[in-house]
Design a protein around this ligand. Structure first.
Ligand code: HEC
Ligand code: HEC
Length: 357
């Protein structure tokens, strides 16, 4: 039986039985390991026609109200499918208060958007298109534009046997992201599949720290290094949020998410925006760590420029904020241990398919 046809759970068990993990794996969380094939949405199986349509729409400026933006404007293919700035770009008249997340391996994520407000990639694509802060496009207007373009009409027909319509628009965007933006083997994956020369000694020690003294695996677990859950990692309030333009967007979004007293929201409430539960105050989704060397700056507001600064954050036990996760506590890593942990994170880079345009 091939490993590829096993389901995730038994796949992890098999991995644990055969891989010689550098430290005892005792955590009650899925172990880290190579990516299984991405799971298709049964209602949106990939076909070459669907993939071609999704890619064409992703790069089409007509999906924005201004006609100046497409999905790649904030998810740049050559910069880890994110932006190299702390805060994302935004539509005219707005600023973004968050960093654009990478779309690499996004098909593996159960939690989408830093606060998890999008249920799936299909719906996210429509939300992103109509969101006034992002593309501010009207779906009726967009469908009219697409239905007037014979080339696009033919592509929808071939892909979904339909005329351009919002549901199949969302499906095409989703199917392409889910099945195209998937990383191939990293040095870490090769090592886990048996090539013991693929990782340096430093990276192997770093893996043991990741799973042991560093406690990183508690949240960055499974094959995509995320538990698809939300945590408060102890980041203090971003001082940029004192600026009027950020106050405006924080209030705008709080209003949209129906918070009480939105005009007095002076910080990004994170997952609390979705659940209104105090326990979720300033929790953000656990991002993947794959291809992490391509996706700086880091965290939901891009406050950290380098992996060294992120590691220092965890090593000092975060900033000590309200509702901070108890697992974010001083780690006492030495300089060598920090370098080893970084070498391990660097080993998670894997190639993406090239974009034939
Ligand atoms: C103006 C910049 C901008 C544009 C254009 C844009 N995005 Fe994004 N994207 C973002 C930001 C910022 C977030 C995070 C939003 C948040 O957490 O509130 C995001 C989040 C996402 C996510 C969630 C990823 C995850 O793992 O959480 C997906 C998927 C996504 N965008 C896809 C798209 C698609 C598809 C398009 C085109 C229809 C698009 N984006 C256009 C800025 C942009
Ligand atoms: C309690 C859960 C938890 C633990 C433990 C944890 N992380 Fe994280 N990590 C997160 C979350 C959640 C974020 C996003 C935080 C945010 O932006 O507010 C994150 C963000 C990151 C990022 C930035 C990723 C990006 O794309 O912006 C890196 C790198 C990272 N963690 C590495 C580590 C390392 C290394 C360790 C161990 C020393 C660790 N994490 C421990 C939950 C955790």
């Amino acid at each position: 039986m091939s490993f590829r046809v096993l389901n995730m759970r038994s796949w992890f068990i098999v991995t644990c039985m055969f891989a010689t993990a550098p430290s005892a794996w005792t955590a009650d969380v899925p172990d880290i390991g190579p990516l299984p094939p991405v799971t298709a949405n049964p209602d949106n199986q990939p076909t070459p026609e669907r993939m071609a349509l999704g890619q064409a729409l992703f790069f089409d400026n007509r999906i924005s109200g201004s006609g100046n933006m497409n999905c790649s404007s904030c998810h740049l293919p050559n910069v880890g499918w994110t932006l190299p700035s702390a805060f994302s770009l935004a539509n005219e008249g707005f600023v973004e208060r968050r960093s654009a997340p990478t779309l690499i391996n996004v098909g593996y994520n159960k939690a989408l958007i830093w606060d998890g407000r999008a249920p799936n990639l299909e719906k996210q694509a429509i939300g992103s298109t109509t969101n006034p802060v992002h593309k501010g496009q009207n779906m009726d207007t967009l469908m009219k534009i697409l239905n007037d373009d014979p080339k696009v009409v033919a592509m929808f027909k071939a892909a979904y046997n339909s005329k351009p319509n919002p549901d199949d628009y969302g499906r095409a965007m989703a199917v392409w992201q889910r099945h195209f933006l998937v990383t191939g083997d990293s040095a870490f994956d090769k090592y886990m599949k048996g090539d013991k020369s693929a990782l340096s000694e430093s990276a192997v020690r770093g893996m043991a720290i990741f799973k042991g003294k560093g406690g990183c695996i508690a949240c960055h677990n499974g094959s995509n290094f995320t538990d698809s859950d939300f945590h408060n990692t102890g980041l203090k309030r971003n001082p940029e949020f004192d600026k009027p333009e950020f106050r405006k967007i924080l209030a705008f979004d709080a209003k949209r998410m129906k918070l009480d007293d939105p005009d007095n929201v002076t910080d990004d409430p994170g997952r609390y925006l979705v659940t209104k539960n105090k326990a979720d105050w300033k929790k953000f989704k656990t991002p993947t760590l794959r291809n992490i060397t391509d996706t700086a700056p880091y965290m939901h507001d891009g406050r950290y420029q380098t992996l060294d600064v992120v590691i220092d954050h965890y090593n000092r036990g975060g900033d000590g904020v309200e509702n901070q996760d108890p697992r974010i506590k001083p780690l006492g890593l030495t300089a060598t241990e920090k370098a080893d942990l970084k070498a391990f994170l660097e080993s998670l880079w894997g190639p993406l398919p090239s974009l034939a345009m």
